[in-house]
Design a protein around this ligand. Sequence first.
Ligand code: FAD
Ligand code: FO1
Length: 454
Amino acid sequence: MPVKQERIFLVQKGREIRGPVAYWMSRDQRMDDNWALLFAQEEALKRSSPLIVVFCLVQEFLGATIRQYRFMIEGLKEVEKSLRKKNICFAILTGYPEKKIPEFVRVHKVSCLITDFDPLRIKREWKNAVAGSIGIPFYEVDAHNIVPCRTASQKQEYAAYTFRPKINRLMPDFLENFPRIKKHPFAWDNRNITDWDEILKALRTDMTVPEVSWIVPGERAARKTFRKFLLHGLENYNAYRNDPTKNAQSNLSPYFHFGHLSAQKVANDILNSKVNPLSKDAFLEELVVRRELSDNFCFYNPDYNNFNGFPDWAKKTLDMHRKDKRPYIYTAHQLENALTHDELWNAAQMEMVTGGKMHGYMRMYWAKKILEWTESPETALQIAIYLNDKYELDGRDPNGYTGIAWSIGGVHDRAWNERKIFGKIRYMSYNGCKSKFAVDNYIETMRSLKRVKK
Ligand code: FAD
Ligand code: FO1
């Protein structure tokens, strides 16, 4: 069953030559359930050519540290092993993709280049630069969204309620089962196995943020985590998902972020499960509507990570309250080290710094307080993004830029009753949290976490 046309975007036509087909893997770092890889194999079989998967490792990526690089590299090692069993070569390049990918295409006479869809600015710059330097057909395949981003909507959606009907109408058509990757009949003779120790040693990334041990990277561990959640966690998701004292979230976001797991595969399995419909709907609302709405926002709004990206009503109301007195003002350093007067906020910051994953409910409170305790919305945005991208395993992701823009700039939200500093941006309070969950237990738990050795 061929990959659906709507998932494939022709970046540039190019001219046909003989040679291997290459999948430039970036966002979807997995072998199974990956439309970009499946399309690349279709193209290679059509040309009776070898199939290569190439990954270009950059030394710096949106503030990532050894915590995220280690997680990613462990996942890539597993991809290389799985591909080798299918007679598909995995090549890792180190350096700038704008240079390294065209060089790879030229040296190995690649006949067709495929990459995966990603709305982030940096990725679109990489792709435009590569397209300008190669003369062969170049495709981009949306392997991240169930409904391809360009198909779901041709414009920035106002909110989940405008996006949801479009997704729900299109989803049945796109929720197909994945064919398996075939053992590839044409071998590529330039095989060399990656020296991963060398790769890790050569990394020039921030080594001060410790790796985490509560989650195992890679496709296999992702599937195992999902199966366990499906069997034991999903049932109570609706009841407890907003309670940070209960471990009721799926913990799948690091796997979705690095592409170790297909959201489409997860959605299919959930729809076929016998779990209580309330939890199924609640989870799919997040996994499909909210997650794919984030790609919509980052794809259609070039200002997804700055004040200009906020809706007009939000910019107006925040502007009107710029001069409001701020009872508390904290520096980035004080916030990073959880040195505020608010023990609940400090606990959330510690959860992120030590564990690399803050509870979803706390992320809203956390970001909104940064708006309240800094001198301007621009400073708040900059600090929230900096901390989120430095410490979260799932950071540097459209979900993050959108989640922060929702919290600070009312993106996908509506106006609420006006108040100091926030204007009509939705407010969240310590007492509001107290009415929802056992705040003291959460604070206690985070206090007991070892402090990150500076
Ligand atoms: P679950 O509750 O189990 O949800 C399952 C999946 O649904 C998630 O993995 C995610 O893919 C999707 N999802 C859930 N909530 C949201 C949401 N609000 N928006 C979009 N998709 C969602 N998510 C990230 O992936 N990376 C980030 O850097 C990130 N930063 C955020 C910052 C702020 C200020 C806010 C308010 C939200 C942020 N989110 C981010 C969204 C959400 O908080 C996380 O996706 C979620 O907590 C991840 O944990 P989970 O996989 O256990 O979630
Ligand atoms: N993608 C790449 O193609 N090359 C990289 O070296 C790379 C590093 C990296 C580090 C941390 C991180 O969170 C993401 C990273 N990514 C890299 C991109 C990632 O795979 C995702 O595509 C995007 O971040 C999600 O949109």
